[in-house]
Write a protein that binds this ligand. Structure first.
Ligand SMILES: NC(=O)c1ccc[n+]([C@@H]2O[C@H](COP(=O)([O-])OP(=O)(O)OC[C@H]3O[C@@H](n4cnc5c(N)ncnc54)[C@H](OP(=O)(O)O)[C@@H]3O)[C@@H](O)[C@H]2O)c1
Length: 316
């Protein structure tokens, strides 16, 4: 194994703001690991909306101190293990969302770097059929998709409407509902050019929100999973006694919003579905963006039009 340097390249910002605050720094200290952490040599990372919302200062009150190296999702190789680490060893190929609580003091030194220090419990062994660039986009989005379905009490034989089916989270909600939970019927929304993608993921019904009024759908669903924040659209489409689960504001009562918890055990549980090909990573066709193009990757994600995940690869 190559020697671990003292300094590394990382993307960093020293003040909150738009993409112009991002800077590639070649002299960031490689993080020290705590007893329960491993040091990961980052091979690929992925962006999530929380990365730019955080950079914009929207979560200032509970953020870690500046300067901040952004990045939640990582896929890479373990190069050092803390004294209390039980299951991981040097050389393991791992992936995960490095922040157990997305908004409560997320790490100051994230995954958009050559190395990142991560608790063992938020990591899992990377699915053996996926390369690093395909694995990197999975963790935060699939854990959010899974937690929302669990919180909604979703189970086999139920129907679901996914608002925002082509995004990072939505593309995985469709696949989990259909191929893991055994949904009786999956409907999902997107703009016109993404309808075929929704069907390929397992949607029985792909609804073009640019042409149909979602507030007047003829069909009702047991669960509505709102990844967009469409307010009472969800409550109008849910059956009486059904559940609306949301991850972005606003969601109207009786719907509820939650913030995900990162947990490597969920990834381990879902790995067989990834390894069998039942669940496929969807990476935005404009990517992967090389490490030097992180600003372009953020700009693309911030259009709100990304398809699946925006991945950063390779990382030097
Ligand atoms: N609470 C949590 O724990 C949690 C966790 C993860 C994410 N989030 C939040 O959830 C939201 C979604 O995250 P994400 O990672 O899935 O975002 P994303 O990947 O950036 O979503 C982009 C997708 O959203 C679709 N979209 C935008 N407006 C739409 C609309 N009105 N109807 C249908 N589709 C629409 C776009 O499709 P079109 O181009 O076809 O419109 C695009 O494909 C973000 O606000 C994020 O911050 C929260």
């Amino acid at each position: 194994m190559a020697e671990i340097p003292l300094k590394m390249k990382a993307w960093v910002y020293e003040e909150y703001g738009d993409v112009s605050v991002l800077r590639l720094d070649e002299g960031i200290s490689v993080p020290e690991i705590k007893e329960d952490q491993v040091l990961v040599k980052v091979v690929a990372a992925a962006l999530n909306p929380v990365d730019f919302k955080r950079r914009q200062g929207r979560f200032k009150a509970t953020d870690s101190p500046l300067p901040i190296v952004p990045g939640y999702d990582v896929a890479g190789v373990v190069v050092k293990v803390g004294s209390q680490v039980k299951n991981l060893k040097e050389g393991d190929e791992v992936y995960g969302d490095i922040n157990e609580k997305a908004l409560q003091s997320p790490k100051q030194f994230g995954s958009l770097a050559e190395y990142t220090a991560v608790e063992e419990k938020v990591l899992a062994i990377k699915p053996n059929n996926l390369d690093f660039a395909s694995a990197a986009g999975i963790p935060l989005a699939i854990e959010t998709a899974h937690e929302g379905l669990e919180r909604a009490g979703f189970s086999a034989g139920k129907s679901i409407l996914v608002l925002g089916g082509a995004g990072g989270v939505g593309s995985l909600v469709i696949q989990l509902a259909k191929h893991v939970y055994g949904a009786s019927r999956v409907a999902a929304t997107s703009s016109t050019s993404k309808l075929e993608l929704l069907k390929s993921l397992g949607a029985d019904l792909a609804i073009d929100y640019t042409k149909e009024n979602l507030n007047e759908l003829p069909e009702k669903f047991d669960v509505v999973y709102d990844t967009v924040g469409l307010g009472d659209t969800g409550s109008k489409a849910v059956k009486e006694g059904g559940t609306v689960v949301g991850i972005a504001y606003p969601v109207s009562p009786p719907g509820f919003i939650f913030v995900l918890t990162s947990d490597g055990a969920i990834l381990t549980k879902l790995n067989p579905f990834l390894e069998s090909g039942k669940i496929k990573p969807i990476n935005d066709p404009k990517g992967p963006f090389p490490f030097s193009k992180v600003v372009d990757a953020f700009s693309h994600l911030e259009t709100g039009r990304a398809i699946g995940k925006v991945v950063i690869y390779p990382i030097p």
